[in-house]
Design a protein around this ligand. Structure first.
Ligand code: HSE
Length: 403
């Protein structure tokens, strides 16, 4: 009898694609132990040729070769971007092939439809590497925490921006650090997706859907990136005993979802405060467990590739099961709280010449360059009303994460 083997086709031979080939090759013995069989790379689809690569004989340029080969069990999509990655994923699922991806853009935008197509065709669509890079978080959320109701998720979900914000604490320039993140393979092809928040938005949308079964449109959630953060703001945060982190948040206002991305003040005692450099942290709060923190490398070739290959081992050991197949539903507007309706503490930062009111303030700091007050939890409308009553306008404001 021939040996059991999972035959895979890789779409994309860039950072994560070449890492996936490396993990499958280097850790073949470990994969055999986990799955009871081999894992074989049958094809690699890329526009380029790689004559010096040990995988040169597997390179193809025509996707139909993969689609039409009945021996291919699983397609691994690591192309990035929505198109043609979405179309390729859909046609692979419809051809009865499992699909694994690290592509958060496709999962966040089209996950509801693609999971439904996968179920119709009796195959699996898995995307552990799409959130938190190499950190196992989606499978634990779906399986190990299945008996828990998720109350909130707060995450440092983008390695590039965390790398930049960490370096800014020592005075490094934004452009210099971004260039380094690109060299290390952390940044997206278009780094605006990192810096302006869309990458973190896609990841919190996926975490929300894994927590609640509801997919919120990533293009409509309130989102703010890190481009406008000044070194003076970083100094204010430090004076308040906080670090500035780009946070992806999911919570509830009564029974409605509140999902957003914004740079926040994270207090010293908060579990996300000391997560620096490219590391990600996902803090999940549930009714039974309370808080639990998932921490590790959120980007980079081998960490991400390790998560991709773990999905393949899951497929090898747990083929499609109609009873447990995951399905999402797109959230309707009445299931989503109005923007800014969640009450959170806020830090208002003023220019050094201003005289901000300290009425009701929890904390007041003067760094020499800036003055700032931290106010108790309030909605965005309440912040606006408070600011309107004062003589000075703040130059910046940040939400403060509760402990
Ligand atoms: N650009 C992403 C990041 C890669 O920096 O986190 C991992 O999704």
């Amino acid at each position: 009898m021939s040996e059991k083997s999972l035959k895979v086709a890789l779409l994309g031979f860039g950072v994560v694609g070449s890492g996936t080939a490396e993990v499958i090759t280097e850790n073949q013995d470990r994969i055999r132990l986990a799955t009871g069989g081999a894992m074989e790379i049958r094809y690699i689809l890329d526009l380029r040729d790689f004559p010096d690569s040990p995988f040169a004989d597997r390179i193809v340029h025509d996707y139909n070769i993969i689609l039409n080969d009945p021996e291919v069990d699983a397609v691994v999509e690591m192309m990035g971007g929505s198109h043609p990655a979405y179309e390729f994923t859909k046609s692979a699922l419809m051809a009865g092939k499992h699909v694994v991806t690290s592509n958060k853009e496709v999962v966040a935008n089209f996950g509801t439809e693609l999971l439904s197509i996968a179920a119709e065709h009796g195959v699996r669509y898995l995307f552990e590497a799409s959130v938190g890079g190499g950190i196992p978080v989606l499978r634990p959320l779906a399986q190990d925490m299945a008996a828990n109701r998720v109350r909130a998720v707060n995450g440092i979900l983008n390695g590039t921006t965390n790398y930049i914000l960490t370096a800014m604490k020592s005075g490094a320039s934004f452009d210099e650090v971004l260039a380094r993140a690109q060299e290390l393979g952390y940044a997206e092809r278009n780094p605006s997706a990192d810096v302006d928040g869309p990458d973190a938005a896609r990841k919190i949308v996926i975490l929300t859907a894994m927590s609640t079964g509801l997919r919120v449109d990533p293009n409509t959630i309130p989102m703010e990136g890190i481009r406008n953060i000044k070194n003076e703001d970083v100094a204010v945060a430090e004076s308040c005993g906080c670090a500035i982190k780009l946070i992806g948040h999911m919570g509830f206002v009564e029974d409605k979802l509140s999902v957003w991305v914004a740079p926040c003040f994270v207090p010293e005692a908060h579990p996300l405060n000391h997560i620096d450099d490219v590391f990600n942290g996902v803090l999940i709060d549930t009714d039974m467990l309370g808080q639990t923190l998932f921490y590790g490398r959120g980007a980079g070739k081998l960490p991400t590739a390790g998560a991709v290959v773990s999905d393949l081992t899951d497929i090898a050991t747990h083929p499609y099961d109609a009873d447990t197949a995951m399905r999402w539903v797109d959230a309707t507007p009445d299931q989503i709280a109005p923007a800014g309706a969640e009450k959170l503490s806020v830090c208002l930062i003023y220019d050094k010449g201003a005289e901000p009111s300290q009425d009701g303030a929890l904390q007041y700091v003067d760094t020499g360059d800036r003055k700032a007050v931290i106010l108790p939890p309030m909605t965005t409308d309440e912040i606006e009303a408070t600011v309107a009553k004062g003589a000075a306008r703040p130059v910046a404001q940040y939400r403060v994460l509760p402990l």
